[in-house]
Design a protein around this ligand. Structure first.
Ligand SMILES: [Cu+2]
Length: 507
């Protein structure tokens, strides 16, 4: 069984407001952008033997035959464009409507196109103006002028799409999004990977695979390979912005792309600390804390370590790194080493490991991590002291006391102790006010009210050109995300949280 996916995308313009300081509450930098909006319009199931089911409309607001729908979408572009998810064997139809760029004076009536980056498609639908065509503007109040792109992926992997009209400018302006192709049950079965219909257990070439939970689906695999299993996968779409170029486009003054000099660096269209926010912001937080982005672009990664007591294996999590920026991104993940299991939508089964992935412009990498439990190595030192050293908590308390006496103490910036934790807890987890005594701060060691708790741990992942971990030079910002690592069974989403972790007992 495969599907026809009908995506309706609309090219338009908009504004994003980037953070200018480490708290996200400083006055923001308004940036003019282009982008695609819209998303999945309808789905049609194709059964074995080619029988076609009825097409089910899932998002009627993207119906191109209703001019009011089009007008409602004008001027709403953000970065990135909608994420497209599909499976091997599915057919993708992207119907493009060009709404024009009407926020400028006069409007910019450029053509736009969709290029599927890494897609093996006919020249005629490659989205490149030199060999293909562009979609002309539909003016306000008019019925849509559309053309539809077609793509049937032959293999799973991490792809993306972008406009290829005046690509130097339109890509910089923000016309790009992720396209993820998962294996299908059929493509897995061809590789000998099946789910036993009677027990629900996973088998590979007839052998049981107890490490793969019964709840797993074909969308828990990156490739048609049993070793590409993950509990969760995360798109990290890297891009950069030269604000002077965006200003020039808005003002319709000249900008020579060879003078490109970025001052903002984004993951999934956002700069830190916005990268901690959920994709959809409550109206009460926007615009002070930024802007909503399409579904599927969470960059606040949450995983659980393994728990030997319950025989729960550590979470496997896949980072799908995509670079659509104009510079290479050396993306470094703290805490664990990852395995490169895919590059440009091609599986790599040799098992090469790394802790930094140099993602060149136009490249995609699939890096698989195992959230191993490091308590046995770290806990004694942190909580109890080791090798003659007092516990780290005691050392820090002492150093703070001594530096106050010496006059060299530097307090955290105002609000620092609750700022990121509140962003994470109030909005990152979407659970409202996080009331003491359950408060904690990311650089603390678990709960501030209960000693000897190890979780959550926070690992950074960031561009290691560290000046790109800034917003226009102000650290921290830019391409920086957090990976929150929880103890299995620990649910910090609950108020109060359910803490099942047992405190570390000092020897
Ligand atoms: Cu374009």
């Amino acid at each position: 069984m495969s599907k026809r996916l009908f995506y309706n995308l609309f090219a338009t313009d908009g504004f994003i407001n980037l953070p200018t300081g480490p708290t996200g509450t400083e006055p923001r930098r308004r940036i003019y952008v282009f982008g695609f909006v819209g998303g999945l319009f309808k789905v049609q199931t194709i059964c074995f033997g080619g029988h076609e089911g009825p097409a089910m409309v899932v998002n009627p607001q993207f119906d191109t035959t209703v001019p009011a729908n089009l007008d409602a979408l004008r001027g709403t572009a953000v970065i990135p464009s909608p994420r497209i998810d599909m499976e091997v064997g599915d057919e993708l139809y992207i119907t493009l409507t060009n709404l024009g760029l009407y926020l400028t004076t006069p409007p910019i009536l450029d053509l736009h196109s969709v290029h599927i980056h890494g897609g093996h498609v006919a020249t005629q639908v490659d989205g490149v103006p030199e060999t293909s065509w562009g979609v002309p503007v539909t003016p306000p109040g008019m019925p849509a002028i559309t053309v539809t792109y077609y793509f049937k992926p032959e293999k799973p992997g991490t792809y993306f799409y972008h406009c290829h009209q005046e690509a130097s400018e339109h890509v910089q302006m923000g016309m790009y999004g992720a396209l993820i192709v998962y294996p299908s049950m059929q493509s897995l079965a061809k590789a000998g990977i099946v789910k036993d219909p009677s027990t629900g257990r996973w088998l590979c070439k007839g052998r049981p695979q107890p490490q793969i939970p019964i709840s797993a689906t074909n969308r828990n695999f990156a490739y048609n390979d049993i070793n590409s299993f993950f509990n969760s996968d995360w798109v990290l779409l890297f891009s950069d912005i030269d604000s002077t170029w965006h200003d020039a486009v808005f003002a319709q003054t000249d900008f020579n792309p060879v003078n490109y000099k970025p001052d903002y660096w984004l993951v999934n269209g956002r700069a830190f600390p916005d990268t901690l926010l959920p994709t959809t912001l409550p109206a009460s937080l926007a615009p002070d804390f930024g802007y909503s982005i399409p579904d599927g672009y969470e960059s606040y990664v949450r995983v659980s370590t393994g728990n030997p007591a319950t025989r729960r294996p550590p979470d496997k999590f896949l980072l799908r790194m995509i670079n659509i920026s104009y510079q290479p991104v050396p993306f470094h993940v703290h805490g664990w080493h990852g395995m490169i299991i895919g590059k440009d939508a091609n599986p790599r089964t040799a098992g090469e490991m790394n802790f930094t992935t140099l993602v060149g412009s136009g490249e995609s990498y699939d890096i698989l991590y195992s959230a191993d439990d490091k308590r046995s190595i770290y806990a004694d030192y942190i909580f109890c002291g080791k090798a003659g050293f007092p516990s780290l908590k005691q050392q820090i308390a002492q150093a703070t006391e001594q530096s106050i006496a010496a006059g060299t103490f530097i307090p955290p910036f105002p609000g620092a102790t609750d700022l990121w934790s509140n962003i994470i807890l109030q909005t990152g987890l979407g659970q409202g006010t996080f009331i003491p005594p359950y408060n904690w701060v990311p650089w603390n060691y678990g709960s501030s009210t209960a000693d000897n708790f190890m979780f959550p741990q926070f690992y950074l992942a960031h561009n290691h050109d560290d000046y790109k971990v800034t917003n226009n030079g102000v650290y921290p910002g830019g391409q920086l995300i957090l990976i929150e690592t929880d103890f299995p069974g620990c649910n910090y989403k609950k108020t109060p949280p359910i803490i099942t972790e047992r405190p570390h007992i000092c020897p």
